[in-house]
Write a protein that binds this ligand. Structure first.
Ligand code: SF4
Length: 589
């Protein structure tokens, strides 16, 4: 593995100065997770419970720790580095690095630092430290679910906090005046806990116009970092013509007034203006499209204009990952891969452009990689053309020893909710065909060795009734009984107000989870435990008794512990919650 670099071996001491721009991300975003792709969700796990009773058994065993740190750190192992430079980095950071080089920054002035070595690069000459943040305060839907609405601190938040404390310590030690700027898709969270802006010493937070999405700053990275370094964002000047807008937000919390500098950038670069990465990305991630034309109201991706990478551009990024990272796989980032190459305005019923998708994957495999899988896709898109999945499977050589994992939105089993919030997600089918689409989608994918990882939304727009929840439980159970060998996982996520629903309230899982919603959570975990984790973990460790023991233990922790925690929660809540658990055990197991 060798990064494309100026002289990383010598490091910056030989140069006599620190780089102008230091980019980094916390440990949870810079881990290969021991090659287990499912484990990348582990950052959402609860780390600390500050309210644990000091007399309790668990306090004596673990102190405040919820998921033992030693276990977490083992699974979330850190990425390799070369003299402190991360050998692999989140795709978004690689894009910013590439954009800065394109816009005239010298190689030695831009680094992507390994989180454990960020101090090495911060000094008097550093203008900006940019942090890439996906879930900085543990408010993402998965994390909110695992931490009972932030009653515990998640590992995402724990390590992001750790990173900021270390950046600030390095600045204090070296007298650096570097401006610390947080960017990427999780920065909206600072609006909901603005005290952290001051605690972390953030100069600015990069925000988009649309639903708070991290903007596509790789279209204008050079001008952006120039303006930052020159102090142009110090004050908000509404009269100055600029592609960036500074907004000083004021928050009043517990009689205290807090401020935060939010920097908006709302242009979306055309495909030609998006640079190609120049060094390897985490997990071999490459991108083939931005935006999605399906218009689900709860999703911010859909607010972006649709753009597709041509095949040659995709190939160039894979070649970088192969040449400099030794990678043999491509994680094909797509918001809905089955939309690739179609024009939603002119294409009737979102019918997939099969030729374009086949051509894309033929081009991807022609680079010589051994495994490719799209990150996201819709079930309706997967079955709308019956030749699509079988043809694609031949191209990417899926088979019993090469399963293709794909994340799909299951969202809800409720016909009412899917019709109200995501009707085009089903196109070309109608909302009343949703159950049929889900069942056939799973069947088609599984027959071709694809395994969908479903996400569900709990408390969608705070509009989910008990009947909606039971429809979800019923649908999962029907799939299990009608297709007992089907393979899929289902992860319930609590509703977070983004996209067209950004003015709505968070779904407060800690205080407002009624009994049927607990039932949805319980049913999905029971499914994952029985049909997913146990089978998957057994497979991972089948060749080695020690590994087998370890993964069996892990399986029972990941599966069994949440189930008993939910049963305990139900007992605390009262008879109605307990009845729901019993009903699921009796009728939907
Ligand atoms: S299909 Fe997926 S990516 Fe597209 S708008 Fe709906 S939720 Fe968002």
């Amino acid at each position: 593995m060798h990064l494309q670099s100026f002289s990383f071996k010598k490091g910056f001491r030989a140069l006599g100065r620190c780089p102008k721009v230091v980019l980094t991300a916390d440990r949870t975003l810079m881990s290969p997770y021991r090659g287990i792709s499912l484990a990348s969700f582990f950052g959402c796990a609860p780390a600390l419970d500050f309210n644990r009773d000091h007399d309790s058994f668990w306090y004596h065993v673990l102190g405040n720790q919820v998921t033992p740190r030693v276990l977490f750190d083992f699974i979330c192992n850190t990425i390799d580095h070369t003299n402190g430079h991360a050998n692999y980095a989140p795709y978004g950071l690689r894009k910013v690095e590439a954009a800065l080089l394109r816009d005239g920054y010298k190689r030695e002035d831009v680094v992507i630092a390994h989180p454990d070595h960020v101090e090495k690069f911060i000094g008097p000459e550093t203008d900006v430290v940019g942090t890439y943040e996906m879930d900085p305060l543990g408010m993402g839907p998965v994390t909110m679910t695992f931490t009972y609405g932030r009653k515990h601190m998640s590992y995402d938040e724990f390590y992001n906090r750790d990173l900021h404390y270390r950046i600030n310590a390095a600045k204090a030690r070296t007298g650096s005046k570097a401006k610390v700027v947080a960017g990427a898709s999780g920065t909206w969270q600072y609006n909901y806990d603005p005290a952290k802006i001051e605690e972390y010493g953030l100069y600015g937070i990069v925000e988009g116009e649309l639903g708070g999405i991290g903007p596509e700053i790789d279209g204008a990275a050079g001008p952006f970092f120039d303006a930052l370094a020159a102090g142009e964002f110090d004050t908000a000047n509404p009269f100055k013509k600029s592609q960036f807008k500074v907004e000083i937000k004021e928050f009043v919390r517990n009689d205290k007034t807090l401020h935060g500098r939010f920097i908006h950038y709302w242009n979306e670069p055309s495909v030609d203006e998006i640079p190609n990465i120049v060094n390897p990305s985490m997990h071999g991630m490459i991108e083939v499209m931005r935006g999605c034309g399906r218009g689900c109201k709860f999703c911010d991706v859909t607010l972006r204009p649709l753009r597709y990478y041509p095949v040659e551009k995709v190939q160039k990024e894979i070649e970088i990952n192969m040449k400099y990272g030794g990678l043999k796989n491509a994680w094909v980032h797509s918001d809905d891969i089955f939309v690739y190459g179609l024009n939603p305005r002119t294409t009737k019923n979102m019918q997939p452009n099969r030729e374009a998708i086949e051509e894309l994957f033929e081009g991807i495999m022609a680079t010589g990689i051994e495994h490719a899988n799209p990150t996201h896709g819709t079930l309706a898109g997967a079955i709308a053309d019956e030749r699509l999945i079988p043809n694609l499977s031949k191209i990417i050589r899926s088979g019993p020893h090469n399963h293709i994992g794909i994340q799909c939105g299951f969202e809800t089993g409720s016909i009412r909710l899917i019709g109200k919030y995501a009707d085009r997600k089903l196109s070309p089918y109608r909302p009343d065909e949703w159950h049929w689409v889900v069942k056939n989608g799973i069947k088609t994918l599984n027959e071709n060795y694809w395994v969908p990882a479903f996400t569900l939304i709990m408390g969608l727009d705070n509009d989910e009734t008990p009947e909606d929840s039971w429809e979800t439980i019923q649908l999962i159970h029907e799939i299990e009984t009608e297709q007992p060998n089907s393979r899929f996982t289902a992860t319930p996520l609590t509703f977070v107000p983004i996209g067209l629903l950004e003015k709505s309230d968070f779904y407060d899982i800690g205080n407002t989870m009624d009994a049927p919603k607990l039932g949805v959570m319980y049913k999905t975990w029971q499914h994952n435990f029985k049909y997913g984790i146990q089978r998957f973990m057994g497979k991972v460790g089948h060749d080695n008794p020690i590994k087998n023991w370890f993964f069996t233990q892990l399986a029972s922790t990941l599966g069994g512990v949440p189930l008993s925690a939910m049963e305990k929660f139900a007992r605390r809540k009262g008879a109605e919650h307990e009845r729901v658990i019993e009903k699921i055990k009796a009728n939907y197991w």
